[in-house]
Every structure is written in C-alpha cells, then in structure tokens.
Design a protein around this ligand. Structure first.
Ligand code: CAA
Length: 377
C-alpha cells in the first residue's frame, strides 16, 4: 500500500498553510489587475519551492517529484497563475540540471532553483506549436557566438525571466534533428521581449512573444550537443507535464471545495441544493476524478524519482487531470447557477484558469499521440 512519507506529508501541510494564508487572499485581485505575483515568488524561493526537484548543491531543495506534485497542487488551489509560474521555472531548471555542464549549472541553474532568478522555456513559435519539431528560429555559428534570428510565441514567465532555454535550428538537418538548445540570458543583445498577451485566464502569469534580431549567444551556452535540442525539450516536457497535472488537480480541488460549500448553503424548493441527487452526482464525479488524477500524477512522479521512463505516464496524467479539471470547473460553475457567472465568485476565475491546461505543454491531442505511439510503435 502506497503511503506518503512523513516528510512529504509535512511539506504538503507547510505549503497548504503558506498558500492559504499568503497567496490565496490576493489571487482574485492579481487576476483582475493582471499583476505578476512577484512577491509570491520571492516567498516561495525562501521556502525552497522554486527548485524542489533540484539537488541542494545546485540551489534546490532536493525534495523530489512527489513532494513537488503535492506542493504545486496547494499553490494552484490558491492561485493557478502562481502555480504555472512555479511550474515553468521548474521546466526551465530541468534541462539545465540534466544536460548542463557544472559551469552552466553554477551560473544559470542555481539562481533559478533558489528563486533568486526566474526561468522561461522557449520552444513554441507562431507557426510551430504542436509540431514543435518544425521550429524555424535560426542559430548560426559565427566565431565564438551563435547568432539567433526569428521569433517565439506564448512564452510563460517572459516578462520577468532572467534565463531562457531556447530551442533553435542549427544544422541543415530537417525537422527535429536540426534543433539545438541554448541558454539565453535576459539582456542578451537582440533579445526583444514583447508585451504580455491579454489572456482569458491565468491573467497574473505573464505570456509574451519573443523576437531575436541578430541576438548573440556565447557558443558555450549551448545545452547538450548540437542536434539534441528536440529530445532535450521533450524530456523536460515529460517532467513539465507532471507539473501541469498537479496544477490542474489544485484548480479542480478548489472548484470542488467551492461547489460543496455553495451547495450546502444555497436553498431552493425549501432545502439546500446539496440534498438533490443531481447535485450530489456532480460532486461525486468530481471527487472520483480528482482521486484518480492524484494517483496518476503521483505514479508519474514516483517513476521520475526512480529514474524510470515516464513519457507515457506523464502524458496519461496530464491528459486525465486537465480534462477532469475542465469538467469539474464546468459542473462546479453549474452548481453555482447564475452566481457562478459573475466575477464575485471564485469559480468564475477557476473556470477560466482551467481552460488552458488542456492546451499548453502539449494539447490533449498531443498527449493522445504520445500515448498511442507508445502502443503502436
Ligand atoms: N524524451 C526524449 N526523447 C524524445 C521524447 C521524450 N519524451 N519524445 C520524443 N523524443 C525523441 C524521439 O526519440 C525521436 O528521436 P529519433 O528521431 O532519434 O528516434 C525524436 O525525439 C522525434 O520524436 P517523434 O517522432 O515522436 O516527434 P514528432 O515530431 O512526431 O513530435 C510530438 C511528437 C509528441 C507531437 C511533439 O512534437 C510534441 O510533444 N509536441 C507538443 C509540444 C509541446 O508540448 N509544447 C509545449 C510548449 S512549452 C509550454 O507550453 C510551457 C508553458 O507555457 C506552460
């Protein structure tokens, strides 16, 4: 029988208290004003939450993937924008941790994992989303530098990131084999950070376009070897998808909590609506799906801790958790009736925040491709 360790339980409790006391109260206001939650990130850095899966010697907390899943859920329960910011910082740490030289880790990973810097992961382009292997951003070696030209789109954390992991085309090889990974610092000449997109949800997280105009990057900032960029990115996304599963579970749990409270208080036909079977079924289905999603996410996280392959399991967890979160938010809003449609109620924000989870870090369709390929290859 699987049980959390005392340490994992303690971390969950500590993050739950922190998230409910310090993050939740400002979440609605951050959403309304689309203000990036900088103060949350500072506090999370101090608690060791920005590099939970990174060893302590590189600035992380060395807490492991299971603790990361538990913590991210608690943060997402309180503020899904803060959760995605934390998750993408992790997505940026991951490839540097796995493929970086000691020098790169010291210089770029340590600040990200300790929370003094912030990471962004740039693979998506205006014309290369699901087909990530068709990315066109060009990197040409000139002397001791690569010169980058092109564009990236929808880059989470872009407004505040200090370090970007960027996937660019280096070789003549077509498709994913011609891609390499680079570490690009904020302030690199020719890196232009565009204005934040105005999004439907996760309004406090930042999402920007990037333009590279003769952007010079030292050759020693290549991550791994030339041509390895695609598989470095896919490996990072395996881990990232566990994070998005956890984010979705946190949002879903918040929606269910709201629905339960509302159903107990709201009276129609002379009794609380919680007494009606139609409402009870929605609540039961939500509880069932959250439980299932939790086990899928923890299983993928356990595989990661054991250093085992997790591509299939991370995709299954992400597919299930994010689609469940959308269903749960839909039903929770339905339970709120007309009140759920106005901004005074938390469910309105949760409903918007959940929507993108089936889109970023690979759409639900991408997860199905990955899962099916695993069986059909
Ligand atoms: N780990 C390591 N290597 C992997 C891998 C993995 N998980 N998956 C694939 N690869 C390797 C393969 O082994 C293969 O190598 P060989 O050619 O040497 O055999 C190579 O990569 C190509 O693999 P595929 O043939 O499967 O690649 P494909 O072009 O058919 O693409 C895909 C498959 C699943 C659709 C992939 O393109 C994909 O995942 N697309 C979605 C991209 C994505 O998730 N973007 C998210 C952006 S980041 C983000 O959203 C962050 C945020 O803001 C929140």
């Amino acid at each position: 029988m699987f049980e959390l360790t005392d340490e994992q339980r303690m971390i969950r409790l500590m993050v739950r208290e922190f998230a409910r006391e310090q993050i939740a109260p400002a979440a609605a206001e951050h959403d309304r004003s689309a203000v990036f939650p900088e103060e949350n990130l500072r506090a999370m850095g101090e608690l060791g939450l920005m590099g939970m899966m990174i060893e302590e010697r590189w600035g992380g907390a060395g807490a492991g993937a299971i603790s990361y899943v538990l913590a991210l859920q608690e943060i997402a329960w309180a503020c899904a924008s803060t959760a995605v910011t934390m998750s993408v910082n992790n997505l940026t740490c991951e490839p540097i941790y796995r493929h970086g030289t000691d020098e790169q880790k010291k210089r770029f990973l340590e600040p990200l994992a300790s929370g003094s810097g912030l990471g962004a992961f740039a693979i998506t382009e205006p014309d290369a989303g699901t087909d990530a292997g068709s990315a066109r951003l060009k990197a040409e070696l000139k002397g001791k530098q690569y010169i980058l030209n092109g564009a990236k789109a929808f880059i989470t954390n872009g407004t505040h990131a200090t370090v970007f992991v960027v996937i660019a085309r280096t070789g003549g090889q077509p498709g994913n084999r011609g891609l390499s990974a680079f570490i690009v610092e904020r302030g690199a000449p020719g890196l232009i950070i565009g204005p934040p997109e105005k999004k439907m949800g996760l309004r406090a997280s930042s999402t920007v376009p990037l333009t590279f105009e003769d952007c010079a990057v030292p050759a020693e900032n290549m991550l791994g070897r030339e041509g390895e960029g695609f598989s470095i990115a896919m490996q990072a996304l395996d881990s990232g998808r566990i994070g998005i599963s956890a984010q979705a579970i946190g949002i879903a749990r918040a929606a269910l909590d709201e629905a339960v409270e509302y159903a107990k208080e709201r009276k129609q036909f002379g009794r609380p609506i919680a007494r009606f079977q139609a409402i009870q079924w929605m609540i039961a289905n939500a509880d069932r799906d959250i439980e299932a999603a939790q086990w899928l996410a923890l299983h993928a996280a356990a595989l990661k801790e054991q250093g085992k392959p997790l591509t299939r399991e991370a995709s299954i967890a992400k597919l299930f958790a994010t689609e469940a979160a959308n269903r749960i938010c839909y039903d929770a809003l339905q339970i709120h009736g007309g009140y759920g449609y106005i901004q005074d109620y938390k469910i309105e924000r949760l409903y918007r925040d959940a929507r993108v989870t089936t889109i970023y870090e690979g759409t639900s369709e991408v997860q199905r491709i990955v899962i099916a390929n695993n069986l059909l290859k």
